[in-house]
Design a protein around this ligand. Structure first.
Ligand SMILES: Nc1ncnc2c1ncn2[C@@H]1O[C@H](COP(=O)(O)OP(=O)(O)OP(=O)(O)O)[C@@H](O)[C@H]1O
Ligand SMILES: [Mg+2]
Length: 349
């Protein structure tokens, strides 16, 4: 997800931010905040592999952007003391691209495939065999003269990451020994993330300010870290050395992140839903067009958070505004806005 715009809560990471993100990334499971269940299960998988002196099972990590999938992939390599190779679904368009990567892996290496749901079908099929039998067939020549030369691979651990687990074909999902689904973080957990980051960035921030920033972070550590940097900029310009809650909220108000953590995209989705479609139900793609965004952006970036906040509902007939949405926008809910049963004003999806 590197293509988000400059929204301060955009959960994708822009190139210039990668370096800063890297500096704040926890390096081991112990420093990885929250995600208790996934962390516990993963730690067991890794520990067992270490005891058996084998490479760890393949791991699939799924969840919305910015929750720590890439971070965990790096931690897995670190904990296994193994080298890490990084590639991504969109970078693997031909089976040959994948063959080149696989055939150069060393024993025990961790291969991280980000956005694995965007890999091409032929590459995917090659990956099945590689994951299961540590073997690939390299096809040489074309047409009737083509021959497949089997090539044995050293054992490796595949770590796949996806924001859209539902798009992964069953056979691929089944070949992962462990699947971890990352959940949004609680504000307490985000406060811990922020405390750690503030320490690394040498900032002085009050507890109330941490709480203020955490509550506006959409349950997402990447956003916490980003908001913290914006607050730091604000404090620098205003000559504020000790950041308190008032300074934090003044800074965040300036960046149009509201008290619930909604940014401009979130609000425009809700606003369109309420004012243009009478609260819905309306199809996702119609809604996306109304706010001038890609369907995928609305679906993976704005929607999971809005649903979790009880602001937006998904029904078989389309998206609907929940009562809290009207309230949050300060709009009166029309008498005929109900949660289902209205004629669908958009495409079904
Ligand atoms: N559990 C955590 N504890 C501390 N910091 C975290 C945690 N999870 C994520 N972060 C911070 O959030 C940033 C984003 O995390 P990461 O890049 O791993 O997200 P991602 O799930 O891979 O997102 P995307 O789907 O966009 O690739 C990291 O730079 C890291 O500093
Ligand atoms: Mg990532």
């Amino acid at each position: 997800m590197a293509d988000d715009d400059e929204r301060v809560t955009a959960s994708g990471s822009e190139p210039e931010e990668r370096a800063i993100e890297a500096a704040l990334r926890p390096k081991n499971l112990h420093d990885f905040v929250g995600q208790q269940r996934v962390r516990g299960q993963l730690s067991l998988v890794l520990e067992a592999a270490r005891i058996r002196e084998r490479t760890a099972d393949h791991v699939l990590l799924s969840g919305p952007p910015g929750l720590g999938k890439t971070t965990l992939a790096m931690i897995i390599a670190g904990e296994m003391n193994a080298p890490l190779r990084i590639s991504s679904g969109p970078a693997i368009q031909h089976a040959g691209d994948l063959a080149a990567i696989l055939s150069s892996l060393t024993e025990g290496e961790v291969l991280f495939l980000d956005e694995i749901h965007r890999m091409s079908r032929p590459a995917e099929e090659m990956l099945y065999m590689a994951m299961e039998d540590f073997r690939v067939d390299i096809v040489v020549g074309k047409g009737a003269g083509a021959t497949a030369i089997p090539l044995a691979l050293p054992p490796f651990t595949l770590v796949g990451a996806t924001t859209r687990a539902g798009l992964l074909p069953g056979p691929l999902r089944d070949r992962f020994g462990f699947t971890g689904h990352l959940e949004f973080y609680s504000t307490d957990e985000l406060e811990l993330v922020l405390r750690r980051s503030a320490m690394l960035m040498d900032m002085r921030v009050s507890s109330a300010a941490f709480a203020e920033i955490a509550s506006r972070s959409r349950g997402t550590p990447r956003i916490s870290n980003r908001l913290l940097r914006r607050v730091r900029d604000w404090a620098l310009v205003h000559g504020t050395e000790q950041i308190d809650a008032r300074a934090a909220s003044a800074a965040l108000d300036m960046y149009e992140v509201d008290a619930r953590g909604l940014d401009r995209l979130d609000r425009s989705v809700l606003h369109a839903l309420c004012t243009k479609f009478g609260g819905g139900p309306v199809g996702l793609s119609t809604l996306a067009i109304a706010v001038g965004e890609e369907t995928e952006t609305v679906e993976t970036v704005a929607e999971p958070f809005l649903v979790r906040e009880g602001l937006l509902g998904r029904t078989p007939r389309g998206r609907i505004a929940m009562p809290a949405a009207w309230e949050h926008l300060g709009l009166a809910m029309p008498a005929d806005a109900i949660f289902a049963g209205l004629p669908s004003s958009g495409d079904p999806d």
